[in-house]
Design a protein around this ligand. Structure first.
Ligand SMILES: [Fe+2]
Length: 302
């Protein structure tokens, strides 16, 4: 199984921190060595839109600031999460190598705290430049050589991270037949645990914002395979939780970066896997937002 951006050693982290000043911002995390890991706890992030320039503002917010605030909160959890996902749009706009270098730098405190990071790609990413900048991702063994897809097996669920980047800066996404075929086979080979599918693009049927072009083909794979309990996505920069007629949960993860509609909340979701479902807690960057702390309990379909 591929492990992307695995934890890094303390020694290497300190050397890099001294160069980048990150130790100051993440001082408390350095004390977290004795913390226990909760295998059912996951940090779900989406649409971080990090630019090489840490001072860059978009729609009135500083993306680096938002991201650092979120990772600091993740690191401050009483128990260490088992992993951190970012469901695409890792880069600000067009997926530049320097954007990914900044992503890697800002992720170092998380990895130093022994939290593995799993990255998916969105329409503002560029796959080749992503792999060029993140050599560990390039070297990771992937089930599909030319896509950033992965299975992460955990005690209570298997996470399937898919790659819906069709063309950088083109809004809609596409999984493609090869990836769908692989997904179908991988699901058939892993029936015993709930499966959770993570994709950058929203189902095309939910909102007309250039979603997943092959939504129906994806549904044809995941709806009849009852071990698939949720399809989780970003892209729309909106937080919402829905369920289709087959009982499949549709979870739209909020953006860490900017929102498109004034008043919408940005933030991240703390997911806790349970025996027959999953608890989602929305952590807003604006703690005074009415959605902050909202808890949604998902129950798995039979
Ligand atoms: Fe985005």
């Amino acid at each position: 199984m591929p492990i992307h951006l695995p934890p890094i050693s303390r020694r290497r982290f300190i050397a890099r921190s001294l160069a980048g000043g990150a130790a100051l911002a993440f001082g408390p995390a350095l004390m977290a060595a004795g913390k226990r890991t909760d295998p059912d706890s996951w940090a779900l992030l989406s649409d971080i839109h990090l630019a090489a320039d840490p001072a860059l503002l978009a729609r009135g917010i500083n993306m680096t600031d938002h991201f650092n605030r979120v990772t600091r909160e993740v690191l401050a959890l009483p128990k260490r999460p088992a992993g951190l996902f970012i469901t695409g749009d890792c880069a600000y706009n067009s997926g530049q190598v320097a954007d990914y270098a900044h992503v890697a730098n800002l992720l170092e405190p998380v990895r130093k705290d022994q939290v593995p990071v799993h990255l998916a790609l969105g329409n503002h990413d560029n796959r080749e430049r992503f792999w060029e900048a993140l050599q560990q991702e390039k070297a990771a063994k992937r089930p599909l050589a030319d896509r950033q897809a992965a299975i992460i097996s955990t005690p209570r669920a298997n996470w399937f991270v898919l790659d819906s980047l069709e063309k950088t800066l083109s809004t809609p996404g596409l999984l493609g037949q090869e990836q769908l075929d692989w997904l179908a086979g991988a699901l058939d080979a892993n029936r015993s645990k709930p499966a959770l599918v993570l994709v950058h693009h929203n189902p095309g049927t939910i909102a007309n914002v250039g979603g997943l072009k092959d939504t129906e083909a994806l549904y044809a794979v995941i709806r009849p395979r009852k071990q698939v309990k949720a399809y989780m996505f970003g892209h729309t920069h909106v937080w919402s939780v829905d369920q289709d007629s087959s009982g499949l949960h549709l979870v739209n993860l909020p953006p860490v970066a900017y929102v498109f509609r004034e008043g919408d909340p940005a933030g991240w979701v703390h997911a806790t896997l349970e025996r027959k479902g999953m608890r989602l807690e929305f952590r807003c960057l604006d703690a005074s937002h009415k959605a902050h702390g909202q808890v949604v309990n998902l129950r798995w379909r039979a």
